[in-house]
Design a protein around this ligand. Structure first.
Ligand SMILES: Cc1ncc(C[n+]2csc(CCOP(=O)(O)OP(=O)(O)O)c2C)c(N)n1
Ligand SMILES: CC(=O)[C@@H](O)[C@H](O)COP(=O)(O)O
Ligand SMILES: [Mg+2]
Length: 641
């Protein structure tokens, strides 16, 4: 355990009510202690560090001035909400962050009344704040009351379509609500796009200076003159941009840019807005991601996410890896293919590192596109790249691809465009919990006519699937693979395209066939070994494809065995459902086949280690063994060690 920082003032704060009597100078000290406590806690748990450190002063100022939980403070993505959790009755559990049974790494309604709206996927906060504002004005009743609605949204999250849809609506409705744009000039990677450039111009250079002259709009919000600190506030106002910004055009009063680490700026502006706002207000706050912790400030990702670390040095405590990560296998094979074929290109939605596209971006920058947090646009953009004769790989996490689903259906599948979907973080991901689980992609991709859907059983298989996708020009194709390391299999030098719709036999046996789809293969093999030790040697087959199914292989397995069990890392409605449909259509059940489908349970599984989450899901080797024994009617004498 690392040593705990001295936090005498913070020790007095259990809920924001305890902050109400503090002077501005004490609030500055409180921010200092909150920063130290956040660093100390994350050093013990790992997690999202940089974003929280950037909003320490903002968090203190918001809770000092507004009346949560009556006022709804909505953190976009909410990876920056750890300091908020510390101030809202959860400090005693802050060192359980992201662990089994512990605090979520995101805001969660079931966790606290101070989390009025859950998040983890980005750019939902303005819509949510607007909903609360309208609920308030229409007389909605909540036990804790319904007051101000405040969205805190980052510059990265602001680039998403949803944020603009919400601002468009909010500007039209004209309800009192507050958006705080936390502009740290960072997403996970450096931010991209025209909006990012625009925000930089708002505080960086001459073009913006002219707006200052047009000081109208937002100035009318401010009390003339300020009572306390009037002089300082006036000085500050001189430096503000008011009127004429994009946000003004959308119907918001714009205030800023403010130094988000200067309480002397934050407190009077928030107090004024609280006292005077009548419609939607946007406060533009400039901060530094990782602020106040040198190793985070220095890091290329500004400490976005970290393993446990040593506080003085910042050195992270990462377990050594035994095999390449699936992500890196994808990234390397893509670069190899891009070298051979100038039509190969790639799209990421703000996750160049997470999806392994950084190497592609370095080698082939003109063929690698980071579109920002814009999965919908990314998918349609990739569709048109394909329509234009290129071979686009759309690399997204399973969970974030959900946001681009209409585009997958409408722009890709219906037009039969050969977009290659590289679906990373498939299955249960661990500490990020239910919001980030890649549970649904097999179900939502395999039900689309013409979509080819593959899952990699190991890292060598992934390599072949990348090559398969590159070679497939007949229509859309998707391949999924999990977070983390491969299983350590021998790697081929290069991927070799697979025959579409053909599975592979792993081991021939009798009585029961274990038909696996994706990365449960290792667990299935362990289960097979345990069954063999009991005198039942099962057949093991890797389906490789959920669509098109290897009909021949599956029907043969059904014909040759008393029982057939499918195993996959996905929700109901995926591979197993497709197999069941085939067997039903072919009348196989009429002949008495015993069939079981092992899928994720119909619940959202809370954070833990992936292995523990799979245990909860009943998808580990022991569960597979038990299922096989059960379906065969063999009594299970004693648990295996
Ligand atoms: C829809 C969606 N796509 C991608 C992500 C992954 N993601 C999490 S935080 C983040 C960057 C957010 O940047 P910003 O809003 O500026 O917040 P900061 O981390 O800079 O405070 C991204 C891309 C996500 N959470 N949701
Ligand atoms: C908050 C968020 O959405 C990302 O930071 C996510 O936690 C990254 O997950 P990986 O660690 O799997 O890349
Ligand atoms: Mg940012």
């Amino acid at each position: 355990m690392t040593s705990r920082p001295e936090t005498p003032l913070l020790d007095r704060i259990v809920t924001p009510a305890d902050m109400k009597g503090l002077s501005d100078a004490e609030l500055v000290r409180l921010a200092h202690e909150l920063r130290a406590e956040t660093i100390a806690a994350v050093s013990e748990t790992g997690g999202h560090l940089g974003a929280g450190l950037g909003v320490i002063e903002l968090t203190v100022a918001l809770h000092a001035i507004f009346e949560a939980p009556r006022d709804k403070i909505i953190w976009d993505v909410s990876h920056q909400s750890y300091p908020h959790k510390i101030l809202t009755g959860r400090r005693d559990r802050i060192r359980t962050l992201r662990q089994k049974g512990g605090l979520s790494g995101f805001t969660k309604r079931s966790e606290s009344p101070y989390d009025p709206f859950g998040a983890a996927h980005s750019s939902t906060s303005i819509s949510a704040a607007l909903g609360f504002a309208v609920a308030r004005d229409l007389g909605g009743q909540l036990p804790e009351g319904l007051g101000d609605a405040i969205a805190v949204i980052g510059d990265g999250a602001m680039s998403a379509g949803m944020a603009f849809e919400a601002m468009n609506n909010a500007g039209h409705l004209g309800k009192r609500m507050i958006v705080i744009l936390n502009d740290n000039e960072m997403s996970i990677a450096p931010p991209v796009g025209a909006l990012s450039n625009y925000l930089s111009r708002l505080y960086a250079g001459d073009p913006f200076q002219s707006f200052k002259e047009a000081a109208k709009g937002a100035v009318s919000l401010l009390p003339p003159p300020f009572q306390e600190g009037a002089k300082r506030a006036k000085e500050m106002l001189k430096g503000m941009a008011v009127g004429g910004t994009l946000f003004e055009e959308l119907g918001f009063s714009y205030l800023g840019p403010l130094d988000g680490h200067d309480m002397g700026q934050l407190l009077p502006v928030l107090r004024t807005v609280q006292a005077r706002a009548t419609g939607p207000v946007l406060i533009h706050v400039v901060t530094k991601k990782g602020k106040g912790y040198a190793p985070a400030e220095r890091a290329s990702d500004k400490g976005h996410a970290t393993a446990k670390f040593d506080v003085p040095s910042g050195k992270q405590k990462k377990a050594p890896s035994n095999a390449p990560s699936y992500t890196s296998v994808f990234g390397d094979e893509l670069v190899r293919l891009a070298a051979e074929d100038s039509r190969v290109c790639a799209v990421t939605a703000a996750m160049p590192d997470g999806t392994g596209l950084q190497l592609m971006a370095e080698r082939y920058p003109s063929r690698t596109f980071d579109v920002g947090i814009a999965e919908q646009h990314g998918v349609t953009f990739a569709a048109a790249l394909a329509a234009g004769g290129l071979r686009p790989f759309c690399a997204m996490y399973s969970t974030f691809l959900q946001r681009g689903y209409d585009q997958v259906v409408h722009d890709v599948a219906i037009q039969r465009l050969p977009v290659r979907f590289a679906i990373d973080r498939a299955g249960l991901v661990g500490a990020d919990g239910a919001t980030h689980a890649g549970s649904f992609d097999v179900a939502f991709m395999a039900n689309l006519p013409g979509m080819v859907v593959m899952a990699a059983a190991d890292e060598a298989e992934l390599k072949h699937m990348v090559a398969t996708a590159a070679a497939h020009d007949e229509g859309p194709i998707a391949f999924r693979y999990p977070r983390g390391e491969g299983v350590g299999v021998e790697m081929p030098e290069k991927g070799v395209p697979l025959e579409i719709g053909k599975g592979r036999m792993i081991q021939e046996g009798g009585r029961v066939a274990l038909l696996t789809f994706g990365a449960r293969l290792k667990e299935v093999q362990d289960a097979a070994e345990a069954l063999s030790a009991r005198g039942i040697t099962p057949t093991v087959a890797d389906a490789r494809f959920a669509k098109p199914l290897d009909r021949e292989m599956i029907l043969q397995l059904a014909a040759d065995h008393e029982a057939l069990i499918t195993i996959e890392e996905g929700a109901i409605g995926g591979f197993g459902s497709h197999v069941a449909q085939l067997l039903a259509d072919e009348g196989v059940f009429d002949k008495g086949l015993k069939f079981r489908s092992m899928v994720l349970p119909d619940t959202f599984i809370d954070q833990s280690s992936p292995a523990d989450m799979y245990a909860t899901a009943g998808l580990n080797a022991e569960d597979i063994e038990a299922k096989a024994l059960d379906v065969l009617g063999v009594e299970r004498l004693g648990k295996r060690a």
